[in-house]
Design a protein around this ligand. Sequence first.
Ligand SMILES: [Zn+2]
Ligand SMILES: [Zn+2]
Length: 308
Amino acid sequence: MLDICLLGTGGMMPLPRRYLTSMIARYNGLSILIDCGEGTQIALQKKGWSANPIGVICFTHYHADHISGLPGMLLNMANSERTEPVLMVGPKGLERVVNSLRVIARDLPFEIKFHELSSPEERIELEGGYIQAFKVNHNVICYGYSIVIERKGRFDAEAAKEKNIPLKYWNRLQHGQIIDEDGMHFTPDMVMGPERKGLKVTYATDTRPVESIVENAKGADLFICEGMYGEDDKLDKAKAKKHMTFREAAELAVKAGPCEMWLTHYGPAMTRPEPFMPMVRSVFENAIAGKDGMSKEFVFEDEQQDCG
Ligand SMILES: [Zn+2]
Ligand SMILES: [Zn+2]
């Protein structure tokens, strides 16, 4: 099970009822935060989710609306008595930017580890899955992220019996261990069925619509994409500022074919995204205008019907 929440949906500056763009994913006791603009810790408290399990923080880029909430968030995590290390992931300059913000958040009870992205695509391994970072196209170096939860194949007890594998090894084989004991050699593939479809959420904000987004959002259960401008006639502005219109986001979704798309990162001039949604849905049907605090639980395909 993977829980996704859009903590904020505002781009550039917050509005009275709209926090800055940030999302959080919860899986298996770990929380992954992507972006942390001013007010993100308040949005998290409003949602009622704890800051303590945040073990990974990814930054798309270092514009203030995506990172200025970090010192407060770190202090919040310290107050929640986190002691385990926190991994930070982001483009070039990560350690310098984070350490300069940390001048006002010293003496944390946990260590910060850094993974600075340098290639167009990078994979960060997690327990039971991974984060895929991919470069997008903004006016500073910017990355999108997919969170992928893998799903192992089913354990085949019949195969284990047929191969005369002693019961005491079954559990270890199920957990991926190779058995080399008492002159016997067993490998997990002898008893595990083919890998099953996992879960995938792709997040891309502050970018023009580029091919790397299409490639990375393919097969996603959820594609979260920026929509800075609702009106089609803001296309020139979107191009100049390296952002997207709603229509461009919808066209990306058509190419990538995720189960659903949520829009986020609305420009401050757009107080209501809903009036533009019929147009968006005429391009990509399963599109939703993201709202602050909106969340959804994603379960494995064999535990629920898929989107078809
Ligand atoms: Zn932004
Ligand atoms: Zn930006």
